[in-house]
Write a protein that binds this ligand. Structure first.
Ligand code: C5P
Length: 240
């Protein structure tokens, strides 16, 4: 566990997995059950992308320097059980979920110095709070010694069905699910290099699980691990 300014140890639960595997909503729920804060690392990549969109530069011309310059206005503002992604201090949660940001975010996330910037913001959050953090590489690069690591997977069709149901608020048609499945499989391919299952992660296939069941499993794992105790740092010296 990592010491905070007061010397107390912090707990990190890292939940990784591909797009629309239910990481963020599950992580948020687990955090509120445990009284921890949820950190959504993908929201930072999205906020940096939204800031680049706002800059007015054509996406083909986005350089790493441009993205880093506009990302300087991105912060994580603490809420009761999570952090709000902000640009110039204003919550951008709904802006970062739009189609344009989703289309360009994978390319921004491949910029090495952007990854370093996200990783350091996420690590800072973990020095002040017990956290449940979700992303692609939280259990490998960012918190190699996390208290608990979980890797969530689900069948692409089921991920597409869930995502659409959440977005459009009704039962999606087969054609809509097929189209969304194509988009997800494409993003999986773009994100493949940074989506890594840690060797010591617990793999949970959520295809046939309800969300309460997923949350219950992770909370039970977290309770088992934290009761066992740990005196190692979830952030190692070489994390970038
Ligand atoms: O989790 P979400 O789908 O919102 O993440 C948006 C994008 O941010 C992903 O498609 C991926 O390109 C990137 N990402 C990443 N590493 C993380 C979290 C997200 O590369 N830890």
């Amino acid at each position: 566990m990592s010491p905070d300014a007061s010397g107390a140890a912090r707990i990190v639960i890292a939940i990784d997995g591909p797009a629309a595997s239910g990481k963020s909503s599950t992580a948020q729920w687990v955090a509120s059950v445990l009284g921890f804060r949820h950190v959504d690392s993908g929201a930072l990549y999205r906020a940096a992308t939204a800031a680049a969109v706002r800059s007015g530069a054509a996406p083909a011309e986005w350089t790493e320097d441009l993205v880093l310059r506009v990302a300087a206005n991105v912060t994580l503002s603490p809420r009761s059980t999570s952090f709000a992604p902000c640009i110039e201090g204003v919550d951008v949660e709904s802006e970062i979920r739009g189609a344009e940001v989703t289309r360009h975010v994978s390319r921004v996330a491949q910029m090495p110095r952007v990854r370093t910037w996200v990783n350091s913001l996420v690590q800072q959050a973990a020095t002040r709070h017990d956290i449940v953090v979700d992303g692609r590489d939280m259990g490998t690069t960012v918190f190699p010694k996390a208290t608990l690591k979980v890797f969530l997977i689900a069948d692409p069709w089921e991920r597409a069905r869930r995502r659409l149901t959440q977005q459009i608020g009704r039962r999606p048609t087969e054609a809509e699910i097929a189209e969304e499945t194509d988009r997800l499989v494409h993003r999986d391919a773009q994100d493949a290099t940074q989506t890594v299952q840690a060797k010591d992660a617990v793999l949970i296939d959520t295809t046939y699980l309800t969300q309460p069941e997923q949350v219950e499993r992770i909370v039970a794992l977290a309770k088992a691990v934290t009761q066992r105790g740990s005196d190692t740092s979830p952030v190692d010296d070489h994390a970038s």
